[in-house]
Design a protein around this ligand. Structure first.
Ligand code: PLP
Length: 630
């Protein structure tokens, strides 16, 4: 537990039980030990489900109870801050669906958040369509915030949403959008509610803040905001201007930066009130961060130095201070927290299928003697130098001579002057020496049944680190250090940086107990990873199950299982037509396969058809290291 700092980044949801397995506390309550879900049991149960869908690794396990708890904690942190600061309005958040558009996740958020009017944020037309339909089941007061670049169709949809009595706000991302909003709203006879996204001067200097500040990519500057006020006034629509939004970037590292940004926005808000706009809401965007490494650091992209409660208090205090100074009525505070809401709710489970073992050089003194005799003449001196540095105990020189020797032998081999046995002998000799002096690479490569590009795109794209932990055998000290290499034919398809600044992860020897499988979990990856993942090498997404806490025999139930995309599905996504492909192969089989061999034509056709149907990942069996009865 301490080795992986699970308490640091995982509390209060993840822990380790006395059997050495990672457990999930679905309600985030340490006192409800009897409700803990043993993750390996949940994996095992999911993989052996007796349904018509075949769940396979890699697997995402969603915990809706964790999601509900995150939502409730966010709301109660703001409720508490509102109360303790004597703030005279309330908090009413929205979930930015871009973080994870999974249907059941969004439906859960709407359902769990209905009592406190939690809404949704959309940044594109399909996101708006999904938000509109999901919010039909929510509270009519929940906000539907329309962000992002907008064309006429987007604006029409947003106005229609208002006609359908969804509490829709069109947030201008560009000044030009205003003309379309005015024209289309007049045509449709819908009174719009308009907001603007302000480009703040406050700059978040971390990776995620690269688009904030005066030169940031998004939003309107003060001149543009003033022109919006003027134009709305001229059209008799200044009462439509009701919301001010800003977003200075994800993972805001400290409450001081947050308070700075919120204070600046609150001042703009008060100025808009002074200019006659019917301001009601300040929308502080996302940015509520996650402590991925548990370090509580304020100068790292993967950590934050505050709690939910401290975040909420900083926001409420900053808005109140500025509004009171300007004698402006306290606005409704809206936030668009995505990462903080959904990161914890899912765990990506994958298997290490093999590891590159250190090949112990097997050379007897006789072999060495024999090899040395075969060395090219100009390498003899290197060998003598090498032997002498071994005797002297000068290991640095020893490695340098070994390198020289190896290099010379490779060059000779390329020139055809050395045969492959001699080359292997030179490699073996150098490896032997490295081992003798303790310089052999102690890091093992674990091959994992996963695509980094599909399942952890932020690691590949922006070097974002996530906690990765074996989900069992944690009562056994890991004797190895490993890096993870994925299935793709791409040198970037590996994980060699881990939280805590480590370049390898403490891991166990594979096959510790009679062929027992080795499962790992990637935690806190519920935001962005599924939405950003690609199909490099045509690996599609993982299987997904939902696991809810229950009072039954296992303490949980699997309520929904969805297999990942099949080979046919991913082929189709690149415009291939699996049915036609299969027919072409079938004709070829009929032409070339005679039925008297070991495999007949029907068998081959059946095998190919099955491959189209299966998921692209390695099929390494569906049984788990523990049975459900355990
Ligand atoms: N709102 C807007 C406008 C965003 O661009 C983003 C993401 O960067 C978010 C909300 C969500 O931010 P976070 O995931 O940090 O909560």
């Amino acid at each position: 537990n301490a080795l992986y700092n699970i308490d640091g980044w995982g509390a209060p949801y993840f822990s380790v039980n006395s059997s050495g397995n990672v457990t999930v506390r679905p309600h985030g309550d340490r006192t409800l030990e009897h409700q803990e879900i043993d993750l390996i049991l949940a994996v095992n149960k999911s993989l052996s489900l007796k349904t018509n869908v075949h769940v396979q690794l890699p697997l995402i396990i969603r915990f809706p109870d964790v999601l509900k708890n995150r939502l409730e904690c966010l709301q109660s942190a703001f409720n508490y801050a509102v109360k303790s600061e004597c703030y005279t309005s309330h908090y009413q958040g929205v979930y930015p669906v871009k973080c994870n558009q999974d249907r059941f996740l969004v439906e859960d958020i709407v359902e769990f958040g209905t009592t406190f009017r939690f809404g949704l944020e959309a940044g594109s037309k399909p996101e708006l369509l999904l938000a509109m339909s999901c919010l039909c089941k929510g509270s009519s007061e929940s906000f539907l915030i329309c962000n992002g670049f907008k064309d006429d169709e987007y604006i029409s949809l947003a106005l229609i949403a208002r006609k359908l009595l969804l509490n829709t706000v069109i947030v201008l991302e560009q000044e030009e959008e205003l003309d379309s909003v005015i024209d289309i709203s007049l045509k449709l006879g819908v009174r719009p509610v308009v907001g603007v996204r302000a480009k703040l001067r406050t700059k978040h200097s971390g990776h995620f803040g690269s688009t904030s500040g005066e030169k940031g990519k998004f939003g309107l500057n003060t001149t543009q905001i003033l022109r919006v006020v003027k134009k709305l006034g001229q059209c008799g629509m200044l009462d439509c201007f009701q919301l001010l939004h800003f977003h200075i970037g994800s993972q805001i590292p400290s409450t001081s930066l947050l308070a700075d940004g919120v204070g600046e926005a609150a001042q703009i808000y008060c100025e808009l009130v002074r200019l006659g706009a019917s301001m009601k809401v300040i929308d502080i965007g996302g940015g509520l961060g996650i402590d991925y490494d548990g370090s509580k650091s304020t100068d790292s992209d993967i950590s934050v130095g505050y709690t939910l409660e401290e975040y909420a208090a900083a926001v409420v205090q900053a808005v109140k201070f500025v509004c009171d100074r300007n004698s402006v009525k306290h606005p409704v505070i809206c936030s668009e927290s995505g990462r903080a809401l959904v990161s914890h709710h899912s765990v990506l489970i994958f298997e290490a299928v093999s590891s590159s073992k250190y090949i112990v050089p097997t050379m007897s003194p006789f072999d060495i003697q024999h090899f040395v005799q075969q060395l090219p003449e100009d390498a003899h001196l290197d060998y003598i130098n090498l032997s002498q540095s071994v005797v002297r105990g000068d290991y640095e020189a020893c490695l340098a001579y070994a390198d020289q020797l190896k290099h010379k032998c490779v060059e000779k081999f390329k020139d055809g002057l050395l045969d492959i046995e001699q080359l292997a002998a030179s490699d073996g000799l150098c490896d032997l020496i490295a081992k003798e002096i303790g310089a052999s690479d102690p890091v093992t490569t674990y091959h994992v049944n996963l695509s980094v590009f599909t399942s952890i795109p932020d690691f590949w794209g922006i070097g974002q680190m996530f906690p990765i932990v074996p989900i069992h055998r944690l009562d056994e000290y890991p004797t190895k250090r490993g890096i993870l290499s994925d299935l793709t034919c791409d040198s970037d398809g590996k994980i060699d940086k881990f939280i805590g600044g480590e370049s390898s992860l403490p891991l166990h020897e594979l096959e510790g107990e009679s062929g027992m499988k080795y499962y790992m979990g990637l935690f806190l990856g519920g935001a962005y990873q599924e939405a950003l993942g690609g199909v490099h090498n045509l690996f599609g997404g993982p299987s997904v199950v939902r696991v809810s806490q229950s009072d039954g025999p296992f303490g949980f139930v699997v309520t929904r299982a969805t297999p990942g995309p099949s080979c046919s599905d991913v082929l189709r996504s690149m415009q291939h037509e699996p049915e036609i492909m299969f027919q072409a192969l079938k004709h070829r089989i009929e032409e070339y396969v005679d039925n008297d061999g070991n495999m007949d034509a029907a068998m081959i056709a059946g095998g190919i058809a099955q491959s189209f149907h299966n998921m692209p990942y390695l099929t390494v069996g569906s049984s788990c290291c523990l049975t459900a009865a355990n």
